[in-house]
Design a protein around this ligand. Structure first.
Ligand code: SF4
Ligand code: SF4
Length: 466
C-alpha cells in the first residue's frame, strides 16, 4: 500500500470514491459450505416470516406489533401501555443481549439472521444473478448501451423487485394490523381503506428503494448496530478474520516462490465476493457484516493450491495474533450472568402477568358516610383493563371481613368489554362495631362470575377512635 493510500485509508466508507460518489458493488456470487448453510437458514427465516401472521392462538395473532394503538401481542399475550415496565425490562434485556452477543460472537446476527441481509443476499441478489448473471456480466450490462436486451433485463429485474417488495410490504403490515385487517384492505372497496393502501404503497416503495438501490448502505450508513461495533468488539470477539500471520507476505501464485511468501496469493477473490466492497485483509472493518462469503471464496482458493483451509475464518484478533483459541473472557461471563438474571425476571413477569388489571381508589374528597345507626360506608372508584378476548361481568366481594359491596349501577356488576377498559363506582359498607381504627385495611376480591381473578388491598376510613 502506498503512503498516500495508507494515509487516506478509512477516511471514507468502502462504497464511496474519493469524489464522494457511490461506488456500485457488483458482488460475485458466493459458493461454499457457509453460503449453503446460510441459504438453509434463510429458507427457515422465509417460512417463519411469511407464515407467522397466519398463526392465531385463542382467537388472537401469535404476534402483533400494533404501534398505532400501542397494543402488542407476543406469543398470544396482549401487552398494553399498562405493561410498560415489562417492555422496559424487555428492552434492557434486548440491549444487554446485543452487547453480550456482539462481544462474544461479533456480527454473527448481521450475517446470519438480520432480515436486511437475508432479504438482500438470499432473495433479491439471487433474482439479480438469475436475470443479469454473475458480477462480471452485471458490470458489462451496466456499461452496455441501452439495447432492447438490456431494457428487457433491467425492466424485468425492477418489476420483480417491486413486486416482491409489494408482497413483503403486505406481510410487514400484517405484523402491525393483523392478517385479517390486511385481508379486508385487499378484498374490500378501495375507498374504504385508503390509509391502509397508502401504507402498503409507502412500505413497498421503501423496500424497493432499499433492495434495488440502498442495499449495503443500510448496513454501513443507516444501521446503528454496525456503528457500535468498535465499542462492542474486543480482541477476543469472534469475527470473520484474515490470518495475516499465515497469509503475509502475500504474493502472486508461482510454485517457485511459494516457500518465501505467505499463503495469500493476492487473487482478490475475497474482495470480489464481498457485498460491502471491503478487503478483509485490511483487518476488522465497520462495513463487514460477517456474511462469510470471503471465507468460502478463500477456502476454494486454498483448496485449489493445496493449502490448509481457513486463511480467512471465524477467529478472534488475539487468536490470530497469538495463535490462541477463542476465549470466554471475564467481561463475557459478567454479561452472561446479567443476561441470565434479566431473562429470569422477564420470564417471571411474563408468566405471572395478570389478564385483568384493576386499580381501586377511594373517591377523592370524601371521608366516610354514616349508614343508619350501625354501619359506615366508603365510596370507591375502580378502573379495570381487560386483556382477555372475553367480556367480563365483574363482581366485587369483600374478603375476610363482614360487610358488603354495593356497585352503583343496574346489575351490581361492572361490565368490561373484551380487550377493553371499564370503570365504576361502589360503596363498601361495614358494620360500625368492627371499625376500631381510623384506617382499616380491607381486601376486595374481583370475580368473573364465580371465578376469582384478582384481589386488591385498600383502606377503609372510619370515625376517629375515642
Ligand atoms: S469481509 Fe467477508 S464477511 Fe465481511 S462482509 Fe465482506 S465478504 Fe462478508
Ligand atoms: S481469497 Fe484468500 S488468497 Fe485470495 S486474496 Fe483473499 S485472502 Fe488472499
Amino acid at each position: 500500500m502506498s503512503t498516500e493510500k495508507k494515509e487516506s485509508f478509512r477516511d471514507r466508507i468502502a462504497t464511496v470514491d474519493p469524489s464522494g460518489k457511490r461506488k456500485w458493488i457488483f458482488a460475485q456470487k458466493p459458493t461454499g459450505k457457509w453460503y449453503s448453510a446460510r441459504t438453509y437458514i434463510s429458507w427457515f427465516f422465509f417460512i417463519l416470516f411469511f407464515s407467522l401472521p397466519f398463526i392465531y392462538v385463542h382467537g388472537r395473532p401469535l404476534f402483533l406489533f400494533d404501534v398505532t394503538q400501542a397494543r402488542f401481542i407476543i406469543f398470544g399475550k396482549v401487552f398494553w401501555p399498562q405493561d410498560f415496565f415489562i417492555f422496559g425490562l424487555a428492552m434492557i434485556t434486548f440491549i444487554v443481549f446485543i452487547v453480550l452477543f456482539t462481544a462474544a460472537f461479533g456480527r454473527l446476527f448481521c450475517g446470519w439472521v438480520c432480515p436486511q441481509t437475508i432479504f438482500m443476499e438470499m432473495f433479491f441478489r439471487k433474482i439479480e444473478y438469475f436475470i443479469e448473471g454473475n458480477a462480471a456480466e452485471q458490470r458489462l450490462l451496466a456499461r452496455a448501451p441501452w439495447t432492447g436486451k438490456k431494457l428487457f433485463k433491467k425492466a424485468g429485474k425492477h418489476f420483480l423487485f417491486f413486486l416482491f417488495s409489494f408482497v413483503i410490504a403486505n406481510f410487514f403490515l400484517a405484523y402491525i394490523i393483523g392478517i385479517k385487517a390486511l385481508g379486508k384492505i385487499i378484498t374490500e372497496p378501495v375507498h374504504e381503506h385508503v390509509g391502509g393502501l397508502l401504507s402498503i404503497l409507502i412500505f413497498s416503495g421503501i423496500f424497493y428503494a432499499v433492495y434495488a438501490y440502498f442495499r449495503e448502505q443500510v448496513c454501513t450508513v443507516v444501521c446503528p448496530y454496525g456503528r457500535l461495533q468498535s465499542v462492542l468488539l474486543d480482541r477476543n470477539s469472534m469475527i470473520v478474520a484474515y490470518d495475516h500471520k499465515r497469509g503475509e507476505p502475500r504474493g502472486k501464485f508461482t510454485k517457485k516462490v511459494m516457500h518465501e511468501q505467505g499463503d495469500c496469493i493476492d487473487c482478490m477473490q475475497c474482495v470480489k465476493v464481498c457485498p460491502t466492497g471491503i478487503d478483509i485483509r485490511n483487518g476488522t472493518q465497520m462495513e463487514c457484516v460477517g456474511c462469510t462469503a470471503c471465507i468460502d471464496a478463500c477456502d476454494a482458493i486454498m483448496d485449489k493450491i493445496n493449502k490448509p483451509l481457513g486463511l480467512i475464518r471465524y477467529a478472534s484478533e488475539n487468536g490470530i495474533g497469538n495463535r490462541e483459541p477463542l476465549k470466554y473472557t471475564g467481561r463475557m461471563k459478567l454479561y452472561t450472568i446479567l443476561l441470565g438474571v434479566l431473562l429470569l425476571l422477564l420470564g417471571f413477569l411474563l408468566f405471572t402477568r395478570k389478564e385483568v388489571d384493576a386499580t381501586i381508589m377511594r373517591t377523592p374528597g370524601m371521608l366516610y358516610q354514616q349508614r343508619g345507626t350501625d354501619s359506615i360506608s366508603n365510596l370507591y372508584n375502580i378502573k379495570v383493563a381487560n386483556k382477555t378476548i372475553d367480556r367480563i361481568p365483574l363482581q366485587l366481594k369483600l374478603e375476610g371481613i363482614n360487610g358488603q359491596v354495593e356497585i352503583i349501577g343496574e346489575h351490581n356488576s361492572i361490565t368490561v368489554k373484551e380487550e377493553g377498559q371499564g370503570s365504576g363506582t361502589f360503596f363498601v359498607v361495614l358494620p360500625a362495631k368492627i371499625i376500631h381504627e381510623r384506617k382499616l385495611p380491607i381486601r376486595i376480591g374481583l370475580y368473573n362470575e364465580k371465578e376469582k381473578i384478582d384481589e386488591i388491598s385498600t383502606n377503609f376510613l372510619g370515625p376517629v377512635a375515642e
